[in-house]
Design a protein around this ligand. Structure first.
Ligand SMILES: [Zn+2]
Ligand SMILES: [Zn+2]
Length: 747
């Protein structure tokens, strides 16, 4: 990987062992030429393996004998332009401890300098304009080094040797504060005033690594409410930034794994249960995450964040991507000033340009281990899998939570989270990211195999086709989900039972799938062997907006249905209208979506309004279920290759009519879904002589369902595999597409 201080490390190691030679970033990775004594060479190889820098990981070391060239010094050779570049660019790194110490040392020349960094830390992917990774190909190219920085940059023994974004107060960019037409100059004064604004309840736009954030005091209910109003974000939870780990511990209950995620070099937003109220627990306004037992928390990762807190900003900040509703994060200054002028009271603007937008990542410690729910800053554009094959592949993902995957020389690079392609800005970001990765890895487009979803109406499909390239193929959505798990593990031959529980996806029979069970593997392809019993879906994918509209089709199959427009259900008119559409067979589709079944259950339990973000009704149902103890399990039988939802919904209706507590109903419902799936996979594993089950798809973001499945499958001789490196939601689709296309098993 470039930019993680590896060449300087090699340099120091060679010198320490009195070896002559050179190191350079070559065609297939780092090339090192060494001359010296045998013990010196052996010590070098040993130290290379055991002492490499924190952000560098060595995939493989190959050693060949060479003739001595009579060298008497060790040098770092400049990168050479080659025909092919497989050396990867590093994701962005959080500010390191050594730099933090300097940041707050009044005697250090970089005291309070908001862009302090070194070879072990700082921006990478968000400043790179092209490869090879040198100062001239970063957004720092307009700031020539002064004598002080140049000295460090050129000294192989220094921590800043060839640290491309190195800078200081004298020679580098700074921050300034903009308030309407007024500008406060000077980083320190700007940051001090910005912290004051936050304390006063204002909303601040802050330029960070991969884009702008909108920040406010998380304990100030008024500030949080006006953030919701101005952002047009009704209920979706906001993320928080805690001043330090101690504050984070007061906000949320962190497992050991969750804490490792929180402090990892990716510094993601970590979802964890809210800490119980008590002494010392900081107040967070309930509007931050309404009706939710979890909070999303991250730690400061740029020097600027640390400076803001040190300048007295509230210890818990609401920090959300600077955008309006579903638009992508703003990252260019003019665009941010333009788009955010109605939202932010002030702008804290950094002068260093951002090369590309990269959102914060989101992760959690799940029932089956750590899982990434949004893969972006700190992870992208890292390689997540080795997919064998010589042909470069571009997989364009799905339309929601889009990511793209580029396979080059057998390595699968997954892009940062791009967003929902229905939004014009996101679509632009999608096109830019494709161009960006293709040019960064110097792929000739005509060589590419392009893979898209089999949905003929997806925007991503249209774009893939519009590229006009010769080799284009499609992959069914839910097969891609299952393949993404196997791709992460490099399991190409393995036969598994693959479960994809999801919101939506275009099926082989042109209906809307989302409750699918397959048997097969990446190399041989997947056969659909079972699924949720079909229901009608009035309005197709548009029904995802309205749980009662989704409910109509499922409920149409229930015998002696009570009047759902009356109490306790009180379904609004839309329910009748959906029923009429179905009766006339207008805009009515067939679906096997578990996501829509969750919507139907949520509707019966009182979620009868429109959802304001994807998956909201299912999240609401999970939260409701978590409020009650487990008492019983509703039947969700697996009969003749179908999971039958009718008995499940019948129980929900009759218990609701009896006035049973809604949390208990939601709990029994979850357990029922888990029990039904358990019965299905156990039966299929027995029939097919298989012992590995893969779970993927957006529904498996439901941790309660996973916890139930885990406990129900514990006694079985079955191993469960889930996503860890890419999300189980549609953010993982592009990796699965690439894997299936690589083996031409797209059916
Ligand atoms: Zn550092
Ligand atoms: Zn300088």
């Amino acid at each position: 990987m470039q930019g993680v201080g590896f060449r300087p490390f090699v340099y120091r190691l060679a010198r320490a062992n009195t070896l002559a030679g050179w190191v350079l970033n070559g065609e297939e990775g780092v090339e090192i030429f060494l001359e010296g004594t045998e013990p010196g060479l052996e010590a070098f190889v040993h130290d290379l393996k055991t002492q490499s820098p924190p952000a560098a990981s060595i995939a493989e070391i190959e050693i060949h004998a060479a003739s001595p060239a009579g060298l008497n010094d060790f040098i770092i050779r400049e990168s050479e332009r080659r025909d092919q570049l497989t050396v990867r660019i590093s994701p962005d790194l959080p500010v390191c401890d050594a730099c933090l110490t300097e940041l707050f040392d009044p005697k250090n020349p970089r005291y309070l300098y908001p862009y302090i960094n070194c070879t072990n830390c700082g921006p990478r992917y968000t400043v790179v304009l092209g490869l090879p990774y040198d100062r001239t190909s970063t957004t720092m190219r307009s700031w020539p080094l002064d004598e002080y920085c140049a000295h460090e940059y050129q000294d192989p023994g220094n921590r800043r040797f060839h640290a491309q974004p190195v800078a200081c107060h004298v020679c580098g960019p700074g921050y300034y504060l903009r308030l309407g037409d007024d500008v406060v100059q000077g980083s320190q004064e700007s940051i001090r005033r910005a912290a004051q604004f936050l304390n006063g309840g204002s909303i601040l736009a802050v330029k960070g690594l991969g884009g702008y954030h909108l920040a406010c005091d998380a304990s100030n209910a008024e500030a949080v409410s006006s953030m919701r109003q101005r952002k047009f974000r009704k209920e979706k939870p906001f993320a928080l930034m805690a001043r330090d780990l101690e504050v984070a511990h007061n906000l949320v209950e962190l497992s050991e794994t969750a804490e490792l995620l929180l402090t990892s070099t990716a510094r993601p937003i970590v979802l964890a249960p809210k800490a119980r109220e008590g002494e010392g627990a900081p107040e967070v306004a309930p509007e931050v995450a309404p009706n939710n037992s979890e909070l999303g928390v991250m730690l400061p990762y740029t020097p600027l964040h640390h400076l803001l807190f040190a300048a007295g900003a509230p210890e818990t900040l609401l920090m959300t991507s600077a955008n309006r509703s579903s638009e992508p994060i703003a990252y260019e200054d003019d665009d941010a000033l333009d788009r955010l002028s109605e939202i932010a009271d002030a702008f804290l603007i950094g002068e260093r340009p951002i090369a590309r937008r990269v959102d914060d990542s989101v992760a959690r410690d799940g029932a089956f281990g750590p899982v990434i729910l949004r893969r972006a800053r700190g992870y992208a554009p890292g390689a997540v899998a080795k997919i064998p094959g010589a042909q470069p592949i571009l997989a364009v993902g799905a339309d929601l939570k889009n990511t793209i995957t580029l396979v080059v020389d057998g390595q699968a690079f997954v892009s940062q989270h791009i967003g929902d392609l229905g939004d014009y800005q996101s679509l632009r970001a999608f096109q830019e990211t494709i161009q960006d990765l293709i040019s960064m890895y110097e792929i000739r487009p005509e060589e590419l195999l392009v893979v898209h979803d089999s949905h003929p109406q997806y925007v991503s499909t249209a774009h893939a086709v519009a590229l006009g390239l010769q080799q284009t193929t499609s992959v069914q959505h839910h097969r891609a989900h299952v393949a993404s798990v196997l791709a992460e593990r490099g399991e190409w031959e393995k036969r598994v039972v693959g479960v994809s529980f999801d919101g939506t996806g275009y099926g082989d029979d042109e209906s809307i799938w989302g409750g699918e069970i397959f048997v097969g593997g990446v190399k041989q392809g997947f056969d659909r062997v079972a699924h949720l019993r079909s229901a009608s879906l009035a309005g197709g994918d548009a029904a995802a907006q309205y749980p009662i509209q989704a409910a109509a089709g499922f409920l149409a199959q229930i015998d002696s249905l009570p009047d759902l427009t009356a109490a306790p259900f009180n379904f609004p008119d839309r329910y009748q209208k959906a029923a009429e559409l179905m009766n006339k067979n207008v805009r009515t589709f067939s679906t096997t979506s578990i996501g829509r079944l969750f919507d139907a259950a949520a509707a019966l339990l009182g979620f009868t309004r429109e959802v304001t973000f994807e998956g909201q009704a299912a999240m609401w149902l999970e939260q409701l279920a978590r409020s009650a103890p487990l008492r019983d399990t509703y039947p969700f039988p697996y009969i003749s290759d179908e999971l039958d939802f009718r008995p499940l919904l019948q129980h929900v209706i009759s218990d609701r009519l009896c006035g049973r507590e809604r949390g208990e109903i939601a709990r029994a419902c979850h357990r029922g879904l888990a029990q039904g799936l358990r019965d299905a996979v156990v039966s299929i594993c027995e029939d097919q002589n298989l012992c590995t089950v893969v779970l993927s798809g957006g529904v498996f973001q439901n941790e309660l369902l996973l916890e139930d499945l885990k406990s129900l499958l514990q006694a079985e001789p079955i191993e469960v595999w889930t996503n860890h490196a890419v999300p189980p939601n549609d953010g993982g689709i592009s990796l699965g597409q690439a894997a299936l296309a690589a083996f031409a098993s797209t059916k």
